[in-house]
Write a protein that binds this ligand. Structure first.
Ligand code: 9L3
Ligand code: MG
Length: 131
């Protein structure tokens, strides 16, 4: 089981969605930014590191919204999604993503989510309603 963390980065009742860039096999799919937890690393530390690497921002990690299971190439993954807030910086895509969007609850269904991320959307919609 590969442990993966992702951030529902919320600002002004919108959540940040990121589109995976080529050449990854999941290119074109939208996700909550994040990645694999390294050995000995906490979920929170992994999220802070991933948001810095992928978006060039510092985030503060809030509560866990939920988890979902899915399949990666080599092994099943468990994705833990956390609500998070921006502390410093303005998100911009690096190598991992080629587009970013801030979505309202009403706009959540308007992008092509990776299936595992889509399964968590009801929890994100609830977090957007009750910040
Ligand atoms: N994954 C799915 N949804 C997400 C994230 C951050 C990751 N919101 C999947 C894609 C890969 C695996 O988890 O199969 C590892 O993610 P990454 O390290 O390639 O970002
Ligand atoms: Mg990643």
């Amino acid at each position: 089981m590969i442990e993966v963390v992702a951030a529902a980065l919320i600002r002004d009742a919108r959540v940040l969605a990121a589109r995976r860039a080529p050449p990854h096999r999941l290119a074109g799919g939208w996700e909550f930014p994040g990645g694999k937890v390294e050995p000995g690393e906490s979920d929170g530390a992994a999220l802070v590191r991933e948001c810095r690497e992928e978006l060039d921002v510092t985030v503060e990690v809030d509560r866990r919204l939920g988890t979902a299971r899915g399949d990666a190439t080599v092994a099943p993954i468990r994705l833990s999604l956390y609500a998070a807030r921006l502390v410093t910086g303005e998100p911009r895509p690096h190598e991992d993503h080629d587009a970013l969007r801030w979505l309202t609850a009403a706009e959540l269904a308007s992008v092509e989510w990776l299936p595992i991320d889509r399964s968590l959307l009801p929890l994100v919609a609830a977090a957007l309603r009750v910040p």
